[in-house]
Design a protein around this ligand. Structure first.
Ligand code: SF4
Length: 229
């Protein structure tokens, strides 16, 4: 289902030129190449495990899950508490274990297998709708699978990208993560989305940190409305 956006959110112009942001961040973090990470169903389950935890804990949970139950069919068949035990490193294990089993059951019921690569042959909005109609799969998880596994021009908005984009004025300060997906995709040409995603997330991790942004080191501190310098 397409997200309903308030017209004012869609119409607002960024206070900083997105191309300028890309050029300045590219100078310190680029060049960036697209590399396949995992097959789509693996990426989907991994992304569920990244919710509300660090990448490191999500990786530990994912590795433990694959070790305990090496196939997705085995995860469906396992007792839910055993799935939760396997993924306990990432927190919210009870909720995530139920969500993961529901997603896998739904995929199996729809397709009879777990191969999601066919989605890359669909128009982007159809692929997004297919993914977000799975239980507990929101715009960010769908966009991660499309961008990182299916090489589709989706723009995932995580906590780093939301924070940096708000501070820079690319989006309004009250725009939510779910609202930011279509706004960023409207703003950034499809061929630049993966690149810009990686630049902004890297900037959020390395310089524009959540608690104390290091504006003195930032190549955008003259233009950024939130700069403390
Ligand atoms: S100037 Fe500061 S707040 Fe603005 S993007 Fe750079 S680090 Fe973030």
């Amino acid at each position: 289902m397409a997200l309903q956006m308030p017209k004012t959110t869609r119409k607002r112009k960024p206070t900083i030129n997105p191309k300028l942001v890309q050029e300045r961040l590219d100078a310190i973090y680029g060049p960036i190449e697209w590399r396949p990470r995992m097959i789509a169903v693996d990426e989907l389950i991994f992304t569920v495990l990244t919710q509300h935890t660090s990448d490191l804990n999500a990786e530990r949970s994912y590795d433990a899950l694959r070790k305990a139950m090496p196939t997705w069919a085995a995860v469906i068949e396992a007792d839910t508490h055993k799935v939760a035990d396997a993924i306990h490193h990432g927190g919210l294990a009870n909720q995530k274990s139920v969500r993961i089993q529901k997603i896998l059951v739904e995929i199996l019921q729809r397709l009879g297998h777990f191969e999601l690569e066919f989605l890359s042959n669909l128009p982007m909005e159809e692929a997004r709708d297919w993914l977000t109609s799975l239980p507990g799969v929101g715009p960010k998880t769908a966009a991660v699978v499309m961008a990182f596994s299916l090489k589709m021009p989706a723009f995932p908005v995580d906590t780093h990208i939301l924070r940096v984009s708000r501070r820079l004025g690319l989006i309004g300060r009250n725009v939510t993560a779910n609202q930011a997906h279509p706004v960023m995709e409207d703003m950034i040409p499809s061929e630049d989305r993966y690149y810009m995603h990686v630049l902004l997330i890297t900037h959020g991790r390395q310089i524009c940190k959540a608690r104390i942004p290091q504006c003195g080191r930032c190549p955008l501190n003259q233009e950024c409305p939130a700069s403390s310098q």
